[in-house]
Structure formats: C-alpha cells, structure tokens
Ligand binder design. Structure first.
Ligand code: PEP
Ligand code: MN
Length: 271
C-alpha cells in the first residue's frame, strides 16, 4: 500500500487524548439498539457504577432483514443524548446516512460508521468534514488495506479524530458470528498510530468465550473493546443472543483486570 497515506504518516491522538481521559484500556458498552429511555438508563447506571466512560446504542439499525426492528432513529439519538449528559458518559451511535451527520454532531460524542457502510464514501467524506470523532468499523468483507483506505477518506477531509474498530470478517468458520482478525489489529497498530478497538459482540456473536478473547485482545495492544449490554437480552429487539445481561456484564468486567482497575481507581478517588 501507498506509504505516503495520511493514515500511515500522520500522528493520531489516542482515545485518552481525544477525550481527556486517563490512559488505559477503554470500554464502549451499551445495547445493540436503543429501545427506550428506561432501558438505556438501566445500562447507563451500570456503566457509571463501574467507571466506564463510553456508552453505545444504535438508533439507525442497518438490519439484514427489512422486517426486523430498524431502530428509533432521531428519537433514539435524543434519548442517548439525554442519558449521556445525565450520567456524564461519552456517547457513540451509528449514523447510516450522510444527511444525518450534521444533526448527529449536536447529539452524540462519536459518530459510528458501521461495517455495512465502511465504503460509503459520501458518508466518510461528510463525517470527515464534520471534524467530529468518528469510530469506523471494518467492513465484513474488507481487507486491512481497504479498511485503512476508508479511514484515509476521513483523514483527508481534515478529520484526524478517528478510532478504528475491528469487528470480525466473514470466513467459512461458523462457530463464531464472524472471524476476529487479531493479526489485522496488530498490523494496524504496527503501521499506523490510529487507535484500534475490538468489538467482541459482533465478532463472536456468543458470550461464552468473551473473557479469554478479551484477554487476548488486551495483550495484543488494542486500545479497548466494544461490548453489547442489555437489561433484558432475552427480550432485546436485536442481537438478543450476543448481548450481555447486567449481571453477565458485571462478571465479565470483574474478570478483566484492565477494566476493573478503572473502577478501583474511582473508588479510591472517592475514598
Ligand atoms: C453495531 O455496532 O451496532 C453494528 C451494527 O455493528 P457492525 O456495523 O459491526 O455490524
Ligand atoms: Mn448489534
């Protein structure tokens, strides 16, 4: 690949630098889709209690089937905006249409560009022009090189607030929802200064191997992880199988020292 690319040559801020946080391993957690204020508030309380700084929640859901729940749209973003302010959390939500970028900038802290839209060049340019932090997910069928070139669109439009998110690619292996490309993360860390996180929920599509994989991801040098958490996964309107209940989230969090140490810092600070 062209070694003069901005993504290869420019200096990018770490997640901690972008948001004025303590250095560390970051967690973006929350429901697959925002379903109601009550639902999001239960998750937000759980996150704040544990010292988590980022809440996610989809409002524009790019579902495979048009008959499935499509998200609450702008109403969902407003709910996310309200809860993130109330609980001092940084908000992340996917925007699927370039025409919604400007409105989203006023409502959320990070614009997510999802796997299905990784090569939507109009959306990439618009998000780039917004100068708002962008979390770019890897396309399900995209090579690392294509992933970096998609990020280049954002950087070239003048926006260097980029976080990359590996979320698994499609292979013949079907014991996980997608195949988590760990070496891709290592290559991006080696070749660029871009922060990279791993979305464990969409990579794995299952909950029973989250902890060992999260440990591997932390050891790999990734900057953090994304996880789906719901107050009642069995009744969730999307991705029911992979979302952690609040109790499961707690067990996971307690089991990963890179995360639970954040909470311990908070309790020490609070005395
Ligand atoms: C999501 O994070 O809500 C999502 C739909 O993920 P992806 O774009 O990786 O499929
Ligand atoms: Mn999901």
């Amino acid at each position: 690949m062209n070694n003069t690319l901005l993504v290869k040559t420019a200096d990018f801020a770490s997640i901690s630098e972008l948001f004025g946080l303590n250095p560390g391993f970051h967690l973006i957690a929350g429901p697959c889709a925002i379903e109601s204020g009550e639902q999001l508030e239960k998750v937000a309380q759980k996150l704040v209690h544990n010292g988590v700084k980022f809440i996610r929640g989809g409002a524009f859901k790019p579902r495979t089937s048009p008959y499935e729940f499509q998200g609450l749209g702008m109403e969902g973003l407003k709910i996310l905006n309200y809860m993130s302010k109330k609980y001092s959390l940084l908000s992340v939500s996917e925007i699927t249409d370039a025409r919604n970028v400007e409105k989203a900038v006023g409502l959320i802290d990070i614009i997510q560009i999802g796997s299905r839209n990784m090569q939507n060049t109009d959306l990439l340019k618009e998000a780039g022009g917004s100068k708002h932090p962008v979390l770019l997910k890897r396309g399900i069928m995209s090579k690392v090189e294509e992933f970096l070139l998609a990020a280049e669109y954002i950087a070239l439009a003048g926006n260097k607030k980029i976080i990359l998110c590996e979320r698994g690619i499609r292979t013949f292996e079907d014991s996980t929802r997608n195949t988590l490309d760990i070496s891709g993360v290592a290559i991006i860390k080696k070749e660029t200064s871009l922060p990279v996180i791993v979305d464990l929920s969409h990579s794995l599509g299952r909950k029973d191997i989250l902890l060992p994989v999260a440990k591997a991801v932390a050891a790999l040098g990734a900057d953090g992880i994304m996880l789906e958490v719901h107050d009642n996964p069995a009744e969730a309107l999307s991705d029911s199988k992979q979302q952690l209940s609040l109790e499961e989230f707690q067990d996971f969090y307690d089991g990963l020292p890179q995360l639970s140490s954040n909470r311990d810092t908070i309790s020490t600070a609070l005395g």
